[in-house]
Design a protein around this ligand. Sequence first.
Ligand code: GDP
Ligand code: MG
Length: 425
Amino acid sequence: MPDASLRQPATRAHPARWRDVLYVLPHRDGDLARLDELAAADAPVVTVIGKYNHGKSRLLNELMRRDAFAVADRRQTIQLAECRHAGVRWLDAPGLDADVAGEDDRHALRAVWLSSDIRLFVHAAREGELDAAERTLLEALRADSQRTGRETLIVVTQADQMEGDDALGRVVSAIADQVPGAGLHVVSSTRHRRGLEDGKTLLVQRSGIPELERALTDALARVPAARAHEISLLLGEMRAELGSVRRAAAETLASLRQQQEAQRHAFDDGLKALLAAIGQDMEEVVALPGPDLALVADTGRERYATTAAKLERARIQVAYSRACIRLDGFLAGHGVSGLPQEQQTAAGSLNTVMVAVMGVSVKFRADLRRMFCEAPGRARLQAAFAHYFELSRSQAALRDRITEAAAALDATDRALAALPPDAAP
Ligand SMILES: Nc1nc2c(ncn2[C@@H]2O[C@H](COP(=O)(O)OP(=O)(O)O)[C@@H](O)[C@H]2O)c(=O)[nH]1
Ligand SMILES: [Mg+2]
């Protein structure tokens, strides 16, 4: 048996019914498929599992008292075969072997994991101890039994093939040591058949089949309770899982929204403070009495001379540049740099938020006063920069994450609504 075959097979849950649940919990596909089985199941399902040629098909035939399943020395059972008898659905699964392609194994495991209420794990006495693959499979079955309440009976078959009771006893106790705590059923299908055909009650008794049948009857009586347990277990597990997924999604969404609000506040408050500071500094620059000397044009004679007008233009320019540098630094610190794509022009150097908001014209004293020292001017700058803050790549990315988180939360709510109430799968 290849290790991969021990995993739960790729069973398909009913896609329409479970779409919303599968979207959030894709790994629960097998559990949802099992719920579909439980919803549709009527008679209890007994299946055999074990390696090829260990006597699985023949054992089922003895239990059903009819030769429903093909018995052969070669690999006979290719697909899952089914037979209804005595109010039970009996499933004959292909043998599990490492040297055969995986398709049969998948059928076998599908039967075991998905359809069966009771598993008969079959191992032929002549093979001696369980091999590693069988032990791994039994371990998985035992874990599943503890979780879902589905039982596995371990059946050592072909007891008649052992030379004497001593040899059989040694093999059985060796196997018992390998699976401590599990009861073993030692049977011989050929003895059972011969005993029935010849009317030899003792032989029938010694075949071990009647004892196995008693254990099976007891296990069958526990199936309704086990099914009810399994349904509420699966639904409960998924509801709990969806609950924690939902909590995580809600937390993520809340924290992203908080982040968004905090960033917008930090931007608004920081910009307001910065504009106020720039405005205060600018008061001194623009507060000179008299006309704006910068507006006085230089005469031809003054081209190379230092004039009052030139000095004033330089002073205004330095103050304006300093204000721009402070603003640009602030914007960069809040992730506002380039213009949004649709607003960009071919002139790369003009594609900045600073140019878009402040313009490219030369500024004079009256411009600086209007822009920085008066409330409407500052409010215009505040609003214009806030506009580009919202358009910035980092804010857009944050909005995308919020949209995603909200969608994840919605999906979880839909999944929770799609899970039936506890009792009905
Ligand atoms: N001697 C003996 N042979 C058995 C017994 N059970 C099955 N066989 C034989 O073992 C071979 C494989 O049996 P089968 O039920 O087809 O094995 P499967 O591949 O596990 O389904 C067949 O030749 C059976 O007749 C048994 O209890 N005693
Ligand atoms: Mg078979």
